[in-house]
Design a protein around this ligand. Sequence first.
Ligand SMILES: [Zn+2]
Length: 298
Amino acid sequence: MPEGNEIHRWAERHEAAFAGKAVRVDGPQGRFVDSDVIDGKKLNRVLAVGKHLGYDFGKDRILHVHLGLRGDFSEGSGPLPALKGALRLRMWNEAAVKRPVAPGESKRHAWYSEDDGTGHTEAPKLAWMELRGPTDCTIWTQAKWETLLKRLGPDPLNGDGPEKAIAKIVKSKKAIGALLMDQSVIAGLGNIYRAELLYRARLNPYVAGKDVPEATLRMIWKEALPLMKAGMVDRRIVTTLPKDRPSGKGKPVKEETHYVYRRNGQECFVCGTKILRKEMEGRNLFWCPVCQPDAKTS
Ligand SMILES: [Zn+2]
């Protein structure tokens, strides 16, 4: 599931590409039937909070997108490409799709640019984007968006402070591993950052929120911000410190970008113990039993 870093990144890109002018929107396969409400209207800005995107077309015309586990965008320059796959929605700039495409210019790419030979397109040069597989893509009223904001915890990437999150955690008997994933506690954190922030804090995921020192919670928040910001640049989340990587300094190799996330059965970079995996509230949790000892045995 995309975490807050990706959501904010999409908001920035789509705002740079489409905001401030009238844009075209459709759901060419009948999977988005409300395009009439916003098609041809000016997009004011693109909002991001936690894992939610809001394309603001004016009062009570907010296109809400939640990517869920499988949703993703593709984008490109030049004319709209042929329909492909289960397409929910397209958004495009009428003038830009008529612009001739320079040789070698990207036509369609998804964001894992490392896997895709077409290279990077600067956001202002994007002519269109496509959305596939989201959990939600519907028009929201202003009131509905504001209800969402009230329900969500603070979002580090929106400049929010940690106070509200800390106040909830220190009162809770729930495991810190579950609390960090709870969007009403912190908005935008997902499975990768949950696992990696706990490791960096050397904190066992099963410790109850009320037993975590406040100083540790402040440290986790402080670390989350630069790590999430760095993850906005190219969707690549790197949480390991150079000194802990077997290959040492320089750009980390793919296998060394995380301490514990999806490294179950492999050796911990720091202590050599095998990383564990267990399901917590339906999502896989990863941790090192030595670096993050159980609360009872530490
Ligand atoms: Zn370890």
